[in-house]
Design a protein around this ligand. Structure first.
Ligand code: SF4
Length: 289
């Protein structure tokens, strides 16, 4: 984690807490039913989310994604039989935010650990939560082979195009021309290659049966992302094979943008290289409208 990031986080702790998954504003909100004389819950903290305040920077979309994971786990009645595997990166403390059994894997090894858990405890629901530097670089081999083996686990890839925790270095997912601390003049594919589209790359593997990409840049997209994530989880529950959902996520601190501009950047630029949608669905499934 860079000094800038730490300072920004510290200064903005209270502000950030108001928009993050484990924040007071995420807690129970009640609305009185007209004429019924009693309260009806219309919005509540998912039971799978703890009350811990997250340390994410203001505007970081990790908090939204955590909440979606928690909501889907609850709606599919998976609490009590879920094992999540976190890895190294900004989300390394995810075990503090999700109230399910969590394991922290070594950098890049989450899908290897998830494979072991699922094979020993096949009745558990097993997912990984990994950044792009973790899943698409340091853990590329683990990812490819877990998918090739058709492991009955679900991978959640949070792609913000940089190594966020360590200060915004170039990642395999960094867009051409994008400036990072290790590509200050902009990423040059002639020198460093082209970004990797993980779902498309995995699509040729028979064991990978559900592959999708989503954004969380607006309420509409958040709702769509939730439907996609639920489908990925259902693939595992039906024992069909490996599933992966890539979230295009923001990193306003390292992108040096304010949070709103970071979301606009995803909508206008990032999706051109990483088109959202379902890249592969199981045989017989209709793609989402
Ligand atoms: S991903 Fe970026 S914005 Fe989010 S917590 Fe990490 S450094 Fe901050």
């Amino acid at each position: 984690m860079s000094r800038d990031v730490r300072e920004s986080r510290g200064a903005a702790t209270e502000e950030a807490a108001g928009v993050q998954a484990g924040s007071p504003t995420g807690s129970l909100v009640r609305e009185r039913e007209e004429g019924a004389g009693r309260s009806k819950v219309v919005f509540a903290r998912p039971r799978a989310l703890t009350e811990a305040r997250t340390i994410y920077c203001p505007g970081c979309t990790h908090g939204i994604i955590h909440r979606l994971v928690a909501e889907v786990l609850e709606e599919l009645d998976l609490l009590g039989r879920t094992v999540g595997v976190g890895s190294i990166g900004c989300s390394v403390l995810i075990y503090d935010y999700l109230d399910v059994d969590m394991i922290s894997a070594a950098h890049g090894r989450a899908l290897a650990v998830a494979t072991g858990v699922k094979r020993v405890l096949p009745d558990r629901f097993v997912f990984t939560y990994q950044g792009d530097g973790d899943l698409a670089s340091i853990g590329t081999a683990e990812t490819v082979h877990a998918a090739a083996r058709g492991e009955r686990v679900t991978a959640i890839l949070v792609n913000n195009g940089v190594y966020g925790m360590t200060g915004g270095q170039m990642a395999p997912t960094t867009l051409p021309g994008m400036r990072t601390t290790t590509s200050p003049a902009g990423r040059d594919p002639e020198l460093t290659g082209f970004p990797i589209r993980m779902p498309e790359m995995l699509a040729s593997l028979e064991g990978a049966v559900y592959l999708a990409r989503v954004t969380v840049t607006s309420p509409k997209e958040v709702l769509r992302a939730k439907r996609v994530l639920k489908r990925a989880f259902e693939v595992q529950l039906q024992g069909l094979g490996f599933s992966l959902v890539e979230f295009l996520s923001s990193c306003p601190i390292n992108w040096k943008m304010d949070p709103a501009d970071a979301l606009r950047y995803i909508e206008k630029e990032v999706v051109k290289y990483y088109p959202p949608g379902e890249i592969k669905v199981p045989e017989g499934w209709k793609p989402l409208a």
